[in-house]
Design a protein around this ligand. Structure first.
Ligand SMILES: [Zn+2]
Length: 257
């Protein structure tokens, strides 16, 4: 049986159905030590927030670590990484010491070109660099690099256009957008058919809640995780999203303990 994108997600979220259309869905599965589960064509995606911009996404056939930082101890007891994605070189996204702990013999890395240059030689041999607009495949997962940059004049020094990546992953029929560090750029607003999105907010490095909610209301992912929001207010973001795009589900993760 083939389900539509939204039907598939609803099946995956069935455990939360009894809670009604709350903007913030509690993490029923996480209370048992598991991540959030979403049904795909042949299995499930399980999302486990680690901290800030770091999370683990288990997919049918491949475990993905996004921007793993914070030291190897944070990842003990987790399934080992088949793929490590790195969006850009800042310390809350790229940490060679953590990579040394989580990258195994068979782990592949997909990074932006600037991070490739900063990788130790042994990691470089496992890495593929893709720039904005380029794509690659790891196992059955297609990966497209989406631009990630600042628009506001006095923030452009943090993430200049053309250097850093967001990613759209096509995983077993689902499209997952990891925005990286960016403002509400036209390339984000133009995204189509995103099932799960990770969108940052914190100033001055990325954007505020209003910008983030406005962009999300335009590209309308089925589910959005606010992440990378230290010192910002994810509830304010959720309220703005639900006012402008009530069909988008905002999922609040335990990013900060
Ligand atoms: Zn950054």
């Amino acid at each position: 049986m083939k389900f539509s994108r939204r039907e598939t997600l609803q099946l995956g979220l069935a455990g939360a159905a009894g809670l009604g259309a709350t903007t913030f869905m509690p993490f029923i599965a996480r209370a048992e030590g598991k991540g959030d589960s979403y049904k795909t064509a042949s299995g499930e995606i399980v999302i486990t927030p680690i901290s800030h911009a770091s999370f683990i996404m288990s997919t049918p056939g491949l475990v993905i670590y996004n921007d793993p930082v914070g030291g190897g101890a944070l990842y003990e007891g987790q399934p080992s990484a088949g793929l490590v994605l790195i969006t850009h070189e800042h310390g809350d996204h790229f940490d060679p010491e953590t990579l040394a702990a989580v990258v195994g013999a068979d782990t592949k890395l997909v990074v932006n070109p600037a991070v490739l240059e900063k990788l130790p030689e042994d990691m470089k041999a496992k890495a593929t660099a893709i720039g904005n607009g380029e794509n690659t495949t790891v196992g059955a997962i297609q990966i497209e690099a989406i631009p990630a940059y600042n628009l506001t004049e006095d923030r452009k020094k943090y993430h200049p256009q053309g250097r850093d990546n967001g990613y759209v992953l096509t995983v077993d029929g689902m499209r997952v957008y990891i925005a990286g560090d960016t403002e509400d750029i036209p390339e984000m607003r133009a995204l189509k058919d995103i099932d799960i999105a990770f969108v940052p907010m914190n100033l001055p490095y990325t954007m505020d809640e209003t910008q983030a909610a406005s962009a999300v209301a335009e590209f309308k992912p089925a589910v959005v995780y606010p992440y990378h929001y230290r010192d910002s207010d994810p509830k304010a973001f959720a309220e703005k999203v639900s006012a402008a795009a009530p069909d988008v589900k905002v999922v609040h993760g335990a990013w900060y303990g």
